[in-house]
Design a protein around this ligand. Structure first.
Ligand code: SAM
Length: 258
């Protein structure tokens, strides 16, 4: 009997209807290449494995790693490790010569969700899709439109790299133990039209961090260091970070990196 560990964000999904919906969304098929972050006790793992020839698991909790190794299930590869340190690009490169879509999925530990989402960007060019359960508030920020109060650094950076959709809201009662917050499932598909170089991406990180450094201040103040090169319009100088579209931030990043 496994006791849920708070420090690893362990809330185990119990609701069969929700499990079914998430697995249907992942849409596993025999030749698909899937890595699941944080399998826990297997709410998603077992139904996924029924439809996949192989599945990789990445789990930080040694007891759960031992549990999965004991199961000895055909097609399962268990990796003990911290998702924040794991090289997802290398994982995807190793799968690149196999046919089938490459997907990263999981009911993520909420305490590391933002850094993990940023960490995964490094592998986006070789990933076809990510399906994650996260804290609802984080998903709302991820998909927020410019102009909304949820529109933040996370929205701009992730929308610059992925098309994203909130697909399912999940109440605390679906888990044991129950988390204190609502949850939601997000689908993330790397953008087909993504064309930023590494230098442009790092300019995007810088300009977005500066713009949102003081949310209430106008860009005249927050982007002072960049204003000469960016040639902001009068309207933009008076705007706040949350009013600027993702595509405009991308244009600025390209100017700064040129
Ligand atoms: N997938 C299971 C479910 O839906 O019931 C468990 C989900 S639970 C919210 C999060 C899982 O991620 C746990 O199994 C936990 O041990 C694991 N985990 C926590 N931090 C991790 C990390 N840094 N790297 C990999 N796995 C982690």
């Amino acid at each position: 009997m496994h006791r849920a560990r708070k420090r690893f964000g362990q809330n185990f999904l119990q609701d069969e209807g929700i499990i079914y919906s998430i697995v249907a969304l992942i849409n596993p098929s025999a030749d698909m290449q899937v890595i699941e972050i944080g399998p826990g006790l297997g709410a998603l793992t077992r139904p996924l494995l029924r439809n996949l020839d192989q599945l990789d698991l990445l789990e930080i909790d040694r007891d759960l790693v031992a549990y999965w190794n004991q199961q000895n299930l055909p097609g399962l590869t268990v990796i003990e490790g911290d998702a924040l340190q794991f090289d997802f690009l290398e994982w995807a490169q190793n799968k690149a010569n196999k046919k089938g879509l490459r997907k990263v999925v999981g009911n993520l530990p909420y305490n590391i969700s933002s850094p993990l989402l940023f960490h995964l960007v490094a592998a986006a060019k070789l990933i076809d899709e990510q399906v994650f359960m996260l804290q609802a508030e984080v998903v709302e920020r991820m998909v927020a439109n410019a102009g909304s109060s949820d529109f933040s650094r996370l929205s701009v950076m992730l929308q610059a790299r992925y098309d994203m959709e909130l697909v399912l809201e999940v109440p605390p009662e679906a888990f044991d133990p129950k988390p204190k917050v609502n949850s939601a499932v997000v689908r993330m598909i790397p953008r087909q039209d993504f064309n930023l170089s590494d230098a442009q991406w790092s300019s995007l990180e810088k300009v977005v961090a500066a713009a949102f450094a003081q949310r209430r201040k106008m860009l005249r103040t927050n982007l002072q260091a960049f204003s000469e090169r960016l040639k902001l319009t009068e309207l933009e100088l008076k705007a706040r970070a949350q009013d600027i579209s993702v595509e405009r931030y991308i244009e600025w990043a390209k100017v700064l990196a040129s």
